[in-house]
Design a protein around this ligand. Structure first.
Ligand code: PHE
Length: 473
């Protein structure tokens, strides 16, 4: 089985595909929102530290686990633990998590597709109406958009690792970067944009507290696609001739650079729209920023570049976020697809069709949980609030399970697979990695401080999300 496993065709292909997974809605919208809420430049500083000190070692561990076993996360956990039952459950969680996250990620990608479509057909004025988003998400047309998104994902994944995932990343990632940089340059020429640049870049060290640190860590963790089995899966398609430590550094750098540029696009755009922006009062969710606030900003450009000009800017923006979302969604769905292929010996086609059918069914339920159907809108009541089906999936899989999965990857690598074997895999095709400061840091941190922090975050999140009490800060 492992012998004829599909592989990425080149190192660049691997890096672009992994960066395609990492660069997503989290970078382009989540990062700027988190930065504005947590002190601008101060957040930036802490974020960079979190990427280097905590996330990069986990990324290396996940790639190494995938490459050494050439298996999906469940198969990899089983192999490295000698088929222990407990570790298999942990491996299974690394399949279930991306599967469930793909459910809510699909819903947001579908909304993005709908907004893109409306911007293209000249409906920017409609998108900018404050009540539009509420109407849009409860409108039957989203089901048509959902079919379109599902077809795109199916076409890419059906073509396999090299001809599907890698080829899509090679086209979409450079296109995304070009649009992002182009829009950033355009926004920076707008009146008042500079105030946003200042807010984004100058750290207000007084703002740094435990809350900012924890926000930066969870943002970096999600943004780099950690704890989700995606990097284990992509690692399993990585050639053993590829230099693993350098590739991981490049993926982390690419992801962080995109988030940084997105910050230089969105925050100055907000300040240019309203020079007296009070960042404390800005929308506090990515969803409301992207779907309520940004269309208003785009429409305001009408006075300088005309309605068509403003619509083109909006179209480019939604297209670039859509590209980012599609490459991430593809990587999320690929994890359980490869799991089913490995465990049940299904063909790629059978595995994909089975899973997409279930994902779309659950996404349909999610899509109706914003008011369309009362049952799913008020699905459960916990921690003092009504929760929709969508909220439930986000609370369990995005907020809670991710750090737990990260914790288990660290424990597996250092205490079960063992440091020595991990280092042998890391040094393969990169002999100079041996004995470096980075190697020593990665080994020590993965066995101590990183799992400790992740365990603390996991316990605190369970306490906040399900019992309404913050025990740490
Ligand atoms: N990293 C992606 C983002 O920033 C989300 C994602 C996580 C995608 C995990 C795939 C796997 O939006």
């Amino acid at each position: 089985m492992a012998a004829n496993r599909e592989q990425f065709g080149s190192r660049l292909g691997f890096i672009l595909a992994a960066a395609g997974s990492a660069v997503g809605i989290g970078n382009i919208v989540g990062f700027p929102v988190a930065a504005t809420k947590n002190g601008g430049g101060a957040f930036l500083l802490i974020y960079a530290l979190m990427v280097i000190l905590i996330c990069l070692p986990i990324m290396m561990a996940e790639f190494a686990v995938g490459r050494t076993t050439k298996k999906d996360p469940l198969g990899a956990f089983e192999q490295l633990s000698g088929n222990s039952r407990g570790w298999s459950i942990a491996g299974f969680l690394c399949l279930l998590t991306p599967f469930m996250i793909s459910v809510f990620y699909t819903v947001i990608t579908v909304w993005l597709f709908g907004y893109l479509y409306n911007a293209v057909i000249g409906n920017l004025d409609k998108l900018a109406r404050p009540e539009y988003f509420g109407e849009f998400i409860n409108d039957g047309s989203i089901f048509i958009h959902m079919v379109a998104v599902a077809c795109i994902v199916i076409v890419i994944l059906m073509c396999g690792v090299q001809k599907g995932i890698e080829r899509a990343a090679k086209i979409l990632m450079p296109a995304l970067l070009t649009m992002l940089v182009g829009l950033m340059i355009f926004v920076l020429t707008l009146d008042g944009a500079f105030a946003g640049v200042k807010y984004f870049l100058i750290p207000d060290v007084a703002k740094i507290d435990a809350g900012v640190i924890s926000a930066a860590l969870s943002q970096a963790f999600f943004s780099l696609s950690l704890g989700m089995g995606t990097l284990i899966t992509y690692g399993s398609y990585m050639s053993r001739k590829t230099n693993l430590p350098d590739s991981a550094k490049l993926v982390a750098l690419a992801d962080t650079s995109v988030a940084f540029i997105a910050g230089l696009l969105i925050i100055p755009a907000i300040f240019s729209f309203n020079p007296n922006t009070d960042t404390d009062k800005l929308s506090d969710s990515s969803v409301s920023l992207i779907f309520n606030f940004l269309p208003k900003i785009f429409l305001a450009l009408e006075t300088t570049i005309g309605y068509i000009g403003a619509s083109i800017v909006a179209t480019i923006f939604f297209l670039l976020v859509f590209f980012a979302a599609i490459t991430s969604l593809v990587s999320l769905v690929e994890v359980p697809v490869s799991g089913l292929m490995g465990k049940k010996n299904y063909s790629r086609r059978k595995s994909l069709i089975t899973l997409i059918t279930i994902i779309i069914s659950l996404s349909l339920i999610c899509a109706t949980s914003f008011g369309m159907l009362e049952f799913f809108t008020k699905f459960l009541h916990y921690a003092g609030a009504d929760k929709s089906f969508f909220d439930l999936i986000v609370d369990i899989f995005y907020d809670t399970i991710l750090p737990l999965n990260g914790f288990m990857v660290c424990m597996l690598v250092i205490y079960r697979w063992k440091k020595h074997n991990f280092n042998v895999e890391m040094e393969h095709a990169d002999a100079p990695y041996h004995g470096t400061l980075l190697e020593r840091y990665v080994d020590i941190s993965l066995g101590t401080i990183i799992p400790f922090i992740l365990a603390a975050i996991f316990i605190n999140t369970v306490s906040i999300k399900f019992f309404g009490t913050n025990i740490l800060f």
